[in-house]
Design a protein around this ligand. Structure first.
Ligand SMILES: [Zn+2]
Length: 183
């Protein structure tokens, strides 16, 4: 996985992602596994359903995510745009918006009505957020403990995409990514 690729969106996620792929210079990429440079080539594509916010608009789209293969170690790596959380349908902007509404006392019905997000899904995001909250606070050099305050801190942070990149570089997993136990 090559996550957090900075992709500029005008309106369509698909168009933005395809534009990014068209302009990709593979020779500049290092394999995240064996670190070989310029050894990656197009391998395959797979479809991913994405729901996120672009501006204030909820956008539902299907993206064809490109997978690269490293010809040095034979591993494949998906190229994931920054708005995606690995293995999840909803992107960062809609997740943060829902969490922010929730800590500001908006009802579960309001959140369901506005974003189509069920209480179960919202609670699963809060759980994932909590699992990553300590690491994100270390990154931000923040001593804040209550989860509501940490959600607010991330929500108002003025450079979310840079923060996500730093988070990945520091922790080798994406913010709010499901943490699988090793072994
Ligand atoms: Zn490799």
């Amino acid at each position: 996985m090559i996550p957090n690729l900075l992709i500029k969106i005008n309106k369509s996620l698909k168009e933005a992602y395809e534009n990014f792929i068209d302009n990709l210079v593979l020779g500049n990429y290092f394999c995240p596994h064996c670190k070989a440079k310029g050894k990656m080539n197009y391998h395959a594509e797979y479809d991913r359903k994405v729901i996120t916010l672009v501006g204030n608009q909820i956008v539902y789209e299907k993206l064809s995510i490109v997978r690269l293969k490293c010809y040095s170690c034979n591993r494949t790596h998906a190229l994931l745009p920054n708005f995606l959380i690995p293995y999840q349908t909803h992107g960062y902007t809609i997740v943060m918006e829902c969490l922010f509404d929730y800590i500001n006392g908006k009802s579960l019905f309001y959140i369901y009505d506005k974003y189509g997000v069920s209480p179960q899904l919202l609670y699963s995001w809060i759980k994932k957020f909590k699992l990553h909250s300590e690491r994100v606070c270390i990154l931000l050099k923040s001593k804040i403990k209550p989860i509501k305050q940490i959600i607010k801190l991330i929500y108002v942070f003025n450079d979310l995409w840079n923060l996500l990149t730093d988070y990945f570089n520091e922790n080798k997993c994406c913010f709010m990514q499901i943490i699988r136990s090793s072994g």
